[in-house]
Ligand binder design. Structure first.
Ligand SMILES: C[S@@+](CC[C@H](N)C(=O)[O-])C[C@H]1O[C@@H](n2cnc3c(N)ncnc32)[C@H](O)[C@@H]1O
Length: 260
């Protein structure tokens, strides 16, 4: 597992937006340029983390106690296992990320916690993820699972392989399972977001800003829970959450699907 400090990484840039310290000068440079283009990016990152916690609570309220978080990133405050355990102390969480920095720091934080596992894998490697011994030790696929693909599918270009991988995760999941996705979208800011996408080319994981129809297609076979696919902070906000001032300009959509 090797970390290249000279190449910016999406995981470390995101860490910087969240106020984390697991990033290098090259990540900070790209993050600052991204911020200059889209000043609300750190807020969108925080909104993503808040969404994650709302989804985990929802899953727990439906009796779902096992979570597979793919593209889990560098652990920052309010991780999935913290939120899940607050709801159910026996919750099990598998973190999967392709980025070695994310995997190293996740392992550091989780240590030998027997109810969590960290796997370095690409989302496309569905068979590997689903059959991995550490995953099988924690996840009972006869029981519903919550699959979290939060702020990560916009790093994955459209391809038959992507849809095949999503189908495999869906086919492995029991009835009652949940799929939560948040995804960058251009909304009414196409030009600004295109400049941002160009900037991320340097990371090796270019941004793919899908439109509504393309994001909905990622939920093939899942039934969307209310309120459907909406701007991220509008997905079942907590009481007291601030309103979204200009929803059309908000750069990320979110939805949760259930297997019926
Ligand atoms: C913006 S971070 C999101 C982190 C976390 N899900 C959250 O919302 O706080 C995106 C993460 O997706 C990971 N990623 C990108 N492409 C991936 C792939 N093909 N397979 C697995 N992880 C991937 C990146 O390494 C990065 O850690």
């Amino acid at each position: 597992m090797s970390v290249d400090p000279n190449r910016p990484s999406a995981a470390r840039i995101y860490d910087y937006f969240l106020g984390g310290t697991h990033n290098f000068a090259i990540d900070r440079e790209v993050a600052e340029r991204a911020y200059a283009l889209v000043p609300d990016l750190p807020q969108v990152a925080r909104d993503n983390r808040a969404f994650l916690r709302r989804v985990v609570r929802l899953a727990a309220s439906r009796g779902v106690r096992q979570f597979i978080d793919i593209g889990s990133g560098i652990p920052t405050e309010g991780n999935v296992h913290d939120a899940a355990r607050a709801a159910d102390p026996d919750a099990r969480v598998v973190y999967v990320d392709v980025d070695p920095t994310a995997v190293i720091h996740s392992r550091e934080i989780l240590g030998d916690d027997p109810r969590t596992a960290v796997l370095q894998a690409d989302l496309h490697q569905a068979d590997r993820v689903l059959s991995d011994a550490s995953v099988r030790a924690l996840v009972d696929f006869d029981q519903p699972v919550c699959l979290l693909l939060v702020a990560m599918l916009h790093f994955i270009p459209e391809s038959p392989d992507l849809h095949e991988a999503l189908r495999r995760y869906r086919d492995a999941a029991a009835q009652g399972s949940l799929l939560a996705i948040t995804h960058g979208t251009a909304g009414s800011r196409a030009e600004q977001l295109e400049d941002l996408a160009n900037l991320y080319v340097r990371t090796g994981t270019p941004l793919v800003l899908r439109d509504r129809a393309a994001i909905l297609a990622l939920f093939d076979g899942w039934e969307l829970l209310d309120p459907g696919l909406v701007q991220l902070p509008l997905w079942r906000p907590d009481p007291g959450d601030p309103p979204v001032e200009d929803p059309d300009a908000y750069a990320a959509l979110a939805a949760v699907g259930v297997l019926t």
